[in-house]
Design a protein around this ligand. Structure first.
Ligand SMILES: Nc1ncnc2c1ncn2[C@@H]1O[C@H](COP(=O)(O)OP(=O)(O)O)[C@@H](O)[C@H]1O
Ligand SMILES: [Mg+2]
Length: 266
């Protein structure tokens, strides 16, 4: 179970990203980056954060701790920005909180070298979950205490937006040509050899068990949250075994112009 806290104070909106997360203080005295349940893609973005963040953590990546943050819309009453007020109003109940890394810097690929091993692990992981939001323009990587931390996994697992087509969607290759770490000769073969065998049904059951039931309720075609949890696990399990052969657009890797007929760009 993810930690559960309640927001006690809305500090400020964070404007760097696309989705307008907020910074809040909670009743455990922690400071959290809050992803609103009432934002654009809503709770599916939050589910993606939980599945990818908790999976990455179990594979040894640095990911800020996640929590479910209860929000009373009343907290937004004094907020001058109407967009923020609207988000607060529509996000009562549980939201996704991520431990705020105070003093973290945005990752700059020109200023901070990454070794081929670490680059390979991150590119492989992003290929696994089909993360389209770790480009050099928008790396969603933070530098904190001398190390790289992964954030923002909301734009992953595109198949969750169309479950009937999920299997076909998850069989498609991953285009890494714009990836923030593409320039560091990512050793995805080594990463796959180490990480792929660790993606098991048990591990994915543990990870998907972290998704709050409320974010899984009423999904068309699924009778129970448990069924939907298994639907999240299935494409990841299938992809883990093959995705390293389907990463396109980075040096040293032959793009697979294969039978799926997807030439690369997505
Ligand atoms: N855990 C964190 N610690 C410190 N800063 C963060 C953290 N999470 C996000 N940020 C900052 O807020 C920005 C927006 O957050 P992000 O998760 O990328 O949301 P968006 O979906 O809007 O892109 C990030 O680019 C980063 O500068
Ligand atoms: Mg972002």
């Amino acid at each position: 179970m993810l930690k559960e806290v309640n927001a006690t104070r809305f500090i400020t909106p964070l404007r760097e990203g696309g989705s307008l997360p907020g910074l809040v203080e909670a009743d455990d005295l922690g400071t959290y980056v809050l992803k609103f349940s009432g934002a654009g893609q809503g709770r599916k973005t939050l589910v993606a954060e939980v599945v990818c963040g908790e999976l990455a953590r179990r594979l040894g990546f640095r990911v800020p701790s996640l929590a479910v943050v209860g929000l009373d819309p009343v907290l937004g009453l004094g907020e001058p920005d109407e967009r923020v007020q609207e988000l607060l109003r529509s996000s009562g109940g549980g939201n996704l909180g991520m431990d705020f890394l105070s003093g973290a810097l945005g990752f700059d690929p020109l200023a901070f070298p990454v070794d081929a091993g670490e680059a390979g692990r991150i590119v492989w992981f992003d290929a696994l979950v089909n993360n389209v939001d770790r480009s050099w323009r928008n790396p969603n990587l933070l530098r904190w205490r001398g190390a790289l931390w992964l954030i923002d996994h909301g734009a992953t697992m595109i198949w969750q937006h169309n479950w009937p087509g999920a299997e076909a969607s998850a069989a498609r290759p991953y285009d890494a040509s714009d990836h923030a770490l593409a320039r560091f000769a990512p050793d995805v073969a080594a990463a796959a050899a180490d990480l792929a065998p660790r993606i098991t049904e048990d591990l994915l059951a543990e990870v998907t068990a972290e998704i709050p039931d409320a974010w899984l309720a009423d999904e068309p075609g699924f009778a129970t949250p448990g069924e939907l949890r298994r639907a999240y696990a299935r494409p990841l399990l299938a992809r883990a075994a093959v995705i390293h052969e389907r990463i396109q657009g980075i040096q040293g890797i032959q793009g697979s112009q294969d039978s799926e007929g997807n030439g690369g760009t997505t």
